[in-house]
Structure formats: C-alpha cells, structure tokens
Design a protein around this ligand. Structure first.
Ligand SMILES: Cc1cc2nc3c(=O)[nH]c(=O)nc-3n(C[C@H](O)[C@H](O)[C@H](O)COP(=O)(O)OP(=O)(O)OC[C@H]3O[C@@H](n4cnc5c(N)ncnc54)[C@H](O)[C@@H]3O)c2cc1C
Length: 150
C-alpha cells in the first residue's frame, strides 16, 4: 500500500490548490476524486455560469443594439439553448486541462479516481519527514483521527 505525506479528498478548487502546493514543497501527495476533476467550479459553478452570463450579455447587447444606433438585423435576438449549451461545454473544455489528471500527475501528484474512505486514508498516511513538514509550515504532521474524516 502506498504511503503519503498528504492525502487530499476532492479535486475541486480547494483540493487542487492544496495538492499542487503540497507537491511543490516536496510532499508525497495523493489526490482522491470520486466524481469529476475540477469539482463544482469547473463542472457546475464558476466556469459554466460565467459562460452562460457571457452568452446572455451578448444576446442582450444584440437585442438592445438599436439603442446605440446599431442595426443588428432581424435574426439578432434569436438564441436557442442548444448552441448556447455547446458554447458552455466548449468553455469548460478549454479550462479542463488545468484541472486534469494529466496535469496533476505531471506535477508529481498521485491522482486516484475513487471515493476516499477514512479507513483507506488512515492506512495510507505517514508522518511527514521533518523537512517536508517544515516546508508545509509545521514542525510535525500526525495522521488524522478517523472521526475527522467522517
Ligand atoms: C453557480 C455557481 C457559480 C460560482 N461562481 C464562482 C465564481 O465565479 N468564483 C468563485 O470563486 N467561486 C464560485 N463558485 C463557488 C465555487 O464553485 C466553490 O467555492 C468551489 O467549487 C469550492 O471548491 P471546493 O474544492 O471546496 O469544493 P468542490 O468544488 O465542491 O469540490 C469537492 C470535490 O470533492 C469530491 N469529493 C467529495 N467527497 C469525496 C470523497 N470522499 N472522496 C473523493 N472525492 C470526494 C467531489 O466530487 C468534488 O469534486 C460558484 C458556485 C456556483 C454553484
């Protein structure tokens, strides 16, 4: 069984940041994700919502173009959901490589696409070596009690 200095549950914005930071200071890091790399921000939150907002802003601009003396034509205000969804997915696809398994593997993180369970996590944790713990800003690191992971 692999032993790690740091086990990160969840590859959302928080987990990805912690995993990259841990690997950067030399910790042996495992990152466990049970659903999708990128978590809420990439898949449901920040990125898709900003893409929707951008599409809505463009539609509004076209609809109100005449206010600014611009003739946007008669088809300008048409906005079907399907192509908008394609744009939203493409926006997500452009960002996805930053949060990908490939990128984090390249940073030295062991990525596991599975649900982290307390028993597995406890078994895989080891004491950080003093040099790694020091770089993480602690004098020592102890395995988390099982109760903290429930
Ligand atoms: C509509 C919307 C718009 C938003 N817009 C913005 C914005 O513009 N800017 C901004 O800063 N924030 C925004 N947010 C907030 C942002 O999405 C969250 O702050 C961010 O996703 C939180 O990241 P996280 O890593 O804490 O959690 P999450 O993104 O929820 O990630 C947690 C991950 O952990 C995984 N996981 C959970 N349990 C386990 C387990 N036991 N084992 C393995 N994996 C597990 C989940 O599958 C998930 O991938 C928005 C949110 C929403 C809903």
């Amino acid at each position: 069984m692999e032993r790690y200095d740091l086990i990160v549950l969840g590859a959302g914005s928080g987990g990805l940041t912690v995993a990259a930071g841990g690997a950067a200071v030399g910790a042996r890091v495992a990152l466990l994700e049970k659903h999708r790399m990128g978590g809420d921000c990439l898949n449901y939150g920040c990125v898709p919502s900003k893409a929707f907002l951008r599409a809505a802003k463009v539609a509004h601009t076209l609809r109100t173009a005449s206010t600014y003396g611009i003739n946007a034509g008669t088809t300008a205000a048409r906005h079907d959901l399907k192509p908008v969804m394609e744009y939203v997915r493409s926006a997500r696809a452009r960002v996805a490589p930053h949060d990908s398994v490939e990128r984090f593997t390249g940073l030295g993180v062991d990525v596991h696409l599975c649900a982290g369970r307390s028993s597995t996590v406890i078994a895989c944790l080891r004491r950080c070596s003093s040099s790694v713990a020091g770089r993480l800003g602690r004098s020592s690191a102890r395995p988390l009690p099982v109760s903290d992971l429930r």
